[in-house]
Design a protein around this ligand. Structure first.
Ligand code: SF4
Length: 341
């Protein structure tokens, strides 16, 4: 992470961590969706104890998320966690942090200082008259200094608020003060629509400015959706391309096929596809190919006929009811061709 490595996509399980079977199953789903680092909540000793068994059954790095008890962080590290995330506002005294640092050093794992606007230290809230971006940065840098005073430098930082302007301002200020890797996200961004919009704007703006080494989209949803949205943000910015990009028209009065349903079926069938192929699914045969010249593969339909096109050139016609099958077959061919090159 950092130093030119690809920007990684993270998520967090929402199972009870001590339910090892459920947590492992969800991490498996996340990993298949492209999640590269997973975080689990460690609210108690049972959760910390579960980490050893979870680690044996997963294939991506696991971060233990600790809020109040530094002893749980130590137990998690000893159980095999690949990193610790703690919230400086409520972890306790410098002595506790020291114990945590000694353990992380011993285990050779990084610590993420995860500042949340909602849990800043009291003195900072008073100094800045609330949870301002400057206050968040001061909290983060205070804890960076504390860890570095203990000669610990394997540090990442996140500095999230639930609103976009404050999140962006905080990360901008922070990036001027440190070269440490930054994990970016908008916390508690909300339900699917508001969460996607806030994350795309917040994370997207920061990444477009070159700020951020790893990201998490936060949604009140199945965390697998967070991973998908994370990749969509990276793709939209041209940073990373994973899986198919579906270009589909908004439909208009010329549309003669059930386009919404077709796009949904194609999207669902290609959920686990990791090949970066550009697909166009257009609502009419007249304008479709022309409107999607850049697509690797495209289909359009109307008046009983479907057409397959590549880079805007019509390849063949077929019965319209075969549209979904034709596009999936064309993706298969595209993948085989890529593999043979
Ligand atoms: Fe309308 Fe055809 Fe354009 Fe879709 S591709 S928006 S149906 S003109």
């Amino acid at each position: 992470m950092g130093d030119g490595a690809p920007i990684s996509v993270q998520s967090m399980t929402n199972t009870k961590t001590d339910d090892v079977a459920a947590t492992v199953a969800q991490i498996g789903q996340l990993s298949r969706a492209g999640c590269e680092i997973v975080r689990v909540a460690v609210p108690d000793q049972a959760a910390a104890d579960a980490i050893a068994r979870i680690k044996q059954a997963i294939d991506i790095p696991l971060i233990a998320d600790i809020h109040f008890d530094y002893r749980l962080a130590i137990a998690s590290a000893r159980a095999g966690a690949d990193g610790l995330r703690f919230n400086p506002g409520n972890i306790g005294s410098a002595t506790n942090v020291r114990a945590l640092v000694d353990c992380a050093k011993d285990c050779g794992i990084p610590i993420r200082i995860g500042v949340n606007a909602g849990s800043l230290e009291k003195d900072i809230l008073e100094k800045y008259d609330g949870a301002t971006a400057r206050g968040m940065v001061e909290s983060a840098m205070r804890h960076v200094d504390l860890l570095q005073d203990f000669d610990f430098h394997n540090i990442k930082i996140s500095i999230k608020a639930s609103d976009v302007p404050r999140t962006i301002e905080a990360y901008r200020l922070l990036s001027q003060q440190t070269d440490l890797p930054l994990h970016v996200g908008v916390t508690e961004a909300g339900s699917l629509y508001s969460g996607i919009v806030k994350s795309a704007l917040g994370i997207g703006s920061l990444l477009a400015e070159g700020i951020g080494d790893t990201l998490r989209v936060s949604l009140t949803r199945d965390p697998v959706e967070e991973v998908r949205v994370g990749y969509e943000i990276l793709r939209a910015l041209g940073i990373r391309h994973r899986g198919p990009e579906i270009i589909s028209c908004p439909t208009c009065g010329r549309c003669e096929i059930p386009l919404f349903d077709i796009v949904e079926r194609v999207e669902k069938a290609l959920l686990t596809c990791t090949t970066p192929v550009k697909l166009a699914i257009m609502g009419c045969v007249v304008n479709g190919p022309g409107e999607a010249r850049e697509a690797d593969i495209g289909v359009a339909g109307g008046r009983g006929v479907g057409i397959l096109f590549k880079k805007g050139q019509v390849i063949k016609k077929f019965p319209e009811d075969q549209l979904v099958d034709v596009v999936l077959e064309a993706v298969g061919q595209f993948e085989r061709q890529l593999a043979s090159e």
